[in-house]
Design a protein around this ligand. Sequence first.
Ligand code: TGC
Ligand code: FAD
Length: 399
Amino acid sequence: MATDTQTKQIDLFESPDFYQVDSLFTEEHKLIRSSTREFVKKEISPYIQQWCEEAYFPQEIVAKFGKMGVFGPFIPEEYGGGALDYISYGLIMQEIERGDSGMRSTASVQGSLVMYPIYKFGNDEHRKKYLPRLAAGEMLGCFGLTEPDHGSNPGGMVTNFKDMGDYYLLNGSKMWISNAPNADIAVVWAKNEEGRVHGLIVERGMEGFTTPETHGKWSLRASATGELVFNNVKVPKENLLPNKSGLGAPLMCLDSARYGIAWGAMGAAMDCYDAAKRYSLVRKQFDKPIGSFQLVQKKLAEMLTEITKAQLLTWKLGTMMNMGKATTAQISMAKRNNVAMALDVAREARQIHGAMGITGDFPMMRHMANLESVLTYEGTHDIHLLILGHEITGIQSFK
Ligand code: TGC
Ligand code: FAD
């Protein structure tokens, strides 16, 4: 059991703020960030190395996240949310992913991909039935869009449901679904008999519904990933989300989640930069701290520059999210830039640590491996490039 033999690593993390981005945050933003950071230092950092080594998802973190208000912070208070703005949401994602991308996955799926569609596309009964329990971490959800043969092209999905009069009959399967093995409910995207995409809430225990776990991952090892298999599942008609249909509905959820990832990836980058800066000042070679050598300083200076640019990009995007004015392409730019930036920072920081950098005593290899998934999910690095290309030229190049 992972928690019996925890490696109690001391987490000394401090975030960089080279351009005084803090001056753009309110006191409430800073309080939310510091309380989430303290939570991560206490509840995640001491255990994460071991959870990842053992590919162990700490189920107890769900209730703890719920108590912290991490799930769906932008959802109104009447449904259990925090009624916070999108910069608060971003800062929470930044701090959790600073701890681990897999932990942030759990939180962003629950908030942006489960609570968001239930709030936006569900009716008031759906909201009252599910949102307070999801917010409190009494219930875990997952989001089923990707299929074995339809990843970047979700519009080609074959999962489908038929109207049987008293209920819908659901068939098909979803793959690579975060939280699936532990989820109590799944928001599933499937086509009706006319080929129109709809969202359905499928509950664990419905006959014909199974969630086999995906094993052998070298990335996001503390996050449980699985399939959703629907074999003649009778879904009650009231479980259909009535307020939006078409592929645009899941893509709207992705806008919210991709925004959170842009902040989250910055947290992973900050963690690697912070570790590298600290190490460069204590590690000596040729009788001097390695931080005194120009090539090490170059690495640190370039990391800080890229993190600072990402901080400004993300803060501005947050203000547009708050006004409801951020476009999908603007979100794509931030997700794509920040995840690639974080991967570069992780590699450079790993190099600064020399051989020590390949061990679990430092976070870089774990972040690096995690970020390979983050680069691919929620739209691959190249798909986001093509979304930008479409925006620039007006010409769609996907198909
Ligand atoms: P396309 O023809 O462009 O659009 C289809 C319909 O959707 C509308 N639409 C949007 N509506 C609202 N918000 C948006 N952001 C929208 N984007 C598009 C669009 O207007 C159209 O409407 P209509 O009425 O004309 O039908 O769609 P396409 O089939 O050409 O595909 C475009 C593409 C490739 C960009 C898109 O499908 C895409 O983003 N692919 C990537 C797939 C992806 O990101 N999957 C993510 C799965 S979830 C996940 O990875 C969770 S990981 C979580 C974790 O662990 O943290
Ligand atoms: P493919 O679509 O097969 O792409 C393979 C390669 O081809 C990529 O490099 C891609 O960029 C490229 N490519 C594809 N189409 C084009 C094109 N038109 N032009 C140029 N290049 C192209 N999905 C969910 O629904 N819910 C989840 O909770 C979820 N969690 C995930 C968790 C993990 C750990 C991972 C790894 C994935 C998760 N996913 C989830 C799935 C994820 O969204 C998909 O993996 C992603 O959308 C890419 O799909 P794919 O893997 O099928 O790759």
